[in-house]
Design a protein around this ligand. Structure first.
Ligand SMILES: [Zn+2]
Ligand SMILES: [Zn+2]
Length: 445
């Protein structure tokens, strides 16, 4: 790619990123973002699937209630979102898939980009770049504080570059724009529609995280933790705290007891585990025995088995704490991620493509992650059918860490990530990834 072409694409991606940054949307309500994506992919000549063609409704986790969804749908309409696309996405079906087929047979390559924002308000500090340049979030309490605005921009940049080289394309490229990554809620439901079926390669990545140098590429993140996100509700009985406390059953104390014991679940000899009660609220007033308490917690484990161990212990503790105080407790799983490892056999191909880019200044073959991502459902699905995949990191300095109100990244990372992904798509097509034919039995080339 020549210098001029590179600059033109980067300018387009930066404009797109800033527009999406100014209009952050939380999981399952990415109506504006997803409509923009669908319209753009369609204009570029991709076959576009959205709504229930892109995501299995019943497999979605942590979907907001109907009234909240409707509120965001109406808001999107007022903001001028194309009703053609919005109509197809109603009810929280905000996934978009764009498919481009080459003229010759070749591998099926799936790429994934997540679209949702974080539920945190954006800093209004004068030195926060999005404020300075006038593209900070226009929605209070919501912000693209993880970089998914950048991921959407990268995805559309990749879509444009691949479409521009369609005559060279063999096989099939599927661009998966996923809703609700935060809380690990969306990926599994896209896998269940079949968008990873028959995929030979899966490429995915994230801006920043553990890679904080512009121009650094981490080829494969390893050691994703399996995770379960749970919402629990304790219900007891309210009573006058002065004249009849004995008539109440204290839901708040049951929840507090559960929180302490959850953090006391024994560590496991077979590997790392985590637990975090991240939110606990209950009661209605100083002189009322609390009749209700709500808790949001998450569990993690190095393996599926370890995460299941944490889930079993959690069930026991929630039920026991409720029973101790004579209250009820109901809980539901609102997010899930599984453990996964990238395919090391793809690392040499990524290194080779990085070597051809003067914008890449540092190459890291792999690093352990120690966190969770639901792209692992997609990676695992591709691997189970004999394909290969990686989760990369696109390095960038960050103004503040992820999920913080002053989060921001260096926009030049958009161009680097998009160029690398496009190079990899064509390298896979050319069979450069087949370093050991025995390891790649699923090739359709
Ligand atoms: Zn995040
Ligand atoms: Zn993220």
């Amino acid at each position: 790619m020549n210098h001029e072409e590179r600059n033109r694409l980067l300018t387009g991606m930066v404009t797109c990123r800033r527009d999406i940054h100014a209009h952050p949307e939380p999981g399952w309500m990415e109506y504006r973002t997803a409509s923009l994506v669908a319209a753009r992919l369609s204009a570029l000549g991709y076959e576009v699937a959205t709504g229930e063609q892109a995501i299995r409704s019943e497999a979605r986790m942590g979907v907001p209630d109907a009234a909240t969804l409707r509120f965001h749908e109406e808001k999107a309409l007022r903001e001028g979102v194309d009703p053609f696309w919005l109509e197809r996405m109603k009810g929280g079906h905000t996934a978009v898939v764009g498919v481009l087929r080459g003229l010759k047979p070749g591998p099926v390559i799936a790429l994934r980009f997540d679209m949702d924002c974080v539920e945190i308000g954006e800093s209004d500090a004068p030195d926060h770049l999005p404020c300075q340049l006038g593209f900070s979030s226009n929605r209070s309490g919501l912000m693209h504080a993880c970089g998914h605005d950048g991921h959407v921009a990268i995805g559309l940049g990749v879509a444009e570059m691949i479409a521009g080289r369609r005559s060279e394309l063999a096989g099939e490229v599927r661009l998966l724009f996923q809703p609700a990554e935060e809380g690990c809620r969306g990926a599994k439901a896209m896998v269940e529609v079949g968008w990873l079926d028959g995929a030979d390669y899966f490429l995915c990545g994230h801006i920043g995280l553990k890679s904080r140098i512009l121009g650094e590429i981490v080829a494969s993140v390893d050691g994703f933790l399996s995770t379960t996100k749970i919402d629990a509700m304790f219900r007891g009985k309210e009573a006058h705290a002065g004249n009849s406390p004995e008539l109440g059953s204290n839901a708040l104390l049951a929840a507090c007891t559960a929180a302490l014991h959850l953090h006391g679940i024994s560590r496991h000899s077979e590997g790392a585990t985590r637990v975090n009660v991240g939110m606990l609220e209950g009661g209605s007033g100083r002189n009322v025995i609390p009749g209700e308490a709500r808790m949001k917690l998450e569990l993690r484990g190095e393996t599926e088995a370890l995460n299941e161990y944490m889930a079993r212990e959690t069930s026991r503790i929630l039920a026991s704490a409720a029973s101790m105080y004579g209250v009820s407790c109901e809980w539901e799983t609102v997010g899930r991620g599984i453990s996964a490892e990238g395919d090391r056999s793809l690392i040499p191909m990524i290194e080779q493509e990085c070597a051809g880019m003067d914008t890449v200044v540092s190459f890291v073959p792999s690093i352990p992650f120690g966190a969770s991502e639901d792209a692992t459902f997609m990676l695992r699905k591709v691997q189970e059918q004999g394909g290969r995949g990686v989760y990369m990191l696109f390095g960038s300095p960050l103004a503040a860490g992820h999920h913080q109100s002053s989060f921001d990244f260096d926009e030049r990372v958009l161009g680097i990530a998009a160029e690398l992904i496009v190079r990899l798509v064509f390298a896979c097509r050319n069979g450069a990834a087949v370093s050991d034919p025995a390891m790649h039995t699923n090739s359709k080339e």
